[in-house]
Design a protein around this ligand. Structure first.
Ligand SMILES: [Cu+2]
Length: 294
């Protein structure tokens, strides 16, 4: 979600370049107190970068697909999912989700369509979902979601975040690296569950199955209850690049859920709700959980 500002910014003229989410958050407030929020400070600092071309890292959207556990067992056979589109490190706002195109599980080499299990669960009046799944047999379960394309007017592009998360059942470790077959997908090079805080996560970014050299990956922590203070905007989204083989590494410094979003451009433009043909951001996301050593 990097946006180039190649138009000159004229002094004395307020040029608003922001995520539509901000607009919605602002609309909920009775006055201009929201001008004091961090997001607005980021906006204003971008505006004051007058003159030539600069780069604004817009707030990062992430598709959340987070289960109640990554380790299903006798006491946790039923796994519940949080499914929402938001900015996980900032703790919001929530962006509305259309009806998902795919939601399913890949286990034992077979895919099962789980769309019928999706339950609408609006958050802050925005469409989001939950779903329950009871594991039936041991082994790795790769849950996957293809959300409806999301129109981001501020960036004039459609966004599709193909998202997966792996849940192990009853300790049989088989299948965690099986590809879902998304157009862009992260192949984990680390077993993506049972991870300690401080472990490194590694993966290969693949587009149509082929590694993507120097792919860009955004990393965010799901900062539930805003437990982590954000000292400066640069801490919200960690930005890393893959190497020449499409392989990336990131060390996760805190217990909780982490998301890795490999971002590539779609091959084909899409029609926006406003009518024009626009570019498409394709994300390949994987969520992993870290646990503190006690
Ligand atoms: Cu957003």
């Amino acid at each position: 979600m990097v946006q180039s500002l190649d138009a000159p910014l004229f002094p004395g003229r307020v040029l608003l370049i922001y995520d539509t989410c901000y607009e919605r958050r602002a609309a909920k407030l009775p006055d201009w107190r929201w001008m004091n929020t961090m997001k607005t400070r980021r906006l204003l600092s971008a505006v004051t970068l007058a003159g030539s071309m600069t780069t604004l890292v817009a707030s990062a959207h992430f598709q959340i697909l987070v289960p109640s556990t990554d380790l299903a067992g006798a006491d946790t056979r039923t796994v519940s999912f949080d499914i929402l589109f938001t900015h996980p490190m900032e703790g919001g706002p929530v962006m509305t989700m259309g009806e998902p195109v795919q939601f399913g599980v890949l286990a034992g080499g077979e895919k099962t369509d789980l769309r019928e299990t999706l339950q609408p669960l609006p958050i802050d009046s925005q469409s989001a979902y939950t779903a329950d799944y009871t594991v039936k047999h041991p082994g790795d379960h790769v849950f996957f979601l293809e959300p409806a394309p999301y129109w981001e007017p501020a960036e004039q592009k459609m966004i599709i975040h193909y998202t997966k998360v792996v849940v192990n059942a009853f300790g049989e470790e088989e299948g965690w690296d099986a590809p879902v077959g998304f157009p862009v997908e992260i192949e984990p090079l680390v077993r993506p569950y049972g991870l300690w805080t401080g472990n490194a996560f590694r993966g290969i970014v693949r587009k149509h199955g082929e590694p993507v050299p120097f792919a860009e990956i955004e990393v965010e922590y799901w900062n539930r209850d805003q437990a982590v203070a954000i000292p400066a905007d640069a801490f919200i989204t960690q930005v890393i690049k893959a190497d020449a083989n499409g392989v990336f590494t990131y060390v996760m410094p805190r217990a909780g859920w982490w998301s890795f979003a490999a971002l590539v451009d779609g091959d084909q433009p899409m029609l926006s709700p406003e009518g024009g043909a626009v570019g498409v951001e394709l994300g390949g996301l994987i969520w992993v959980r870290t646990v503190d050593m006690e």
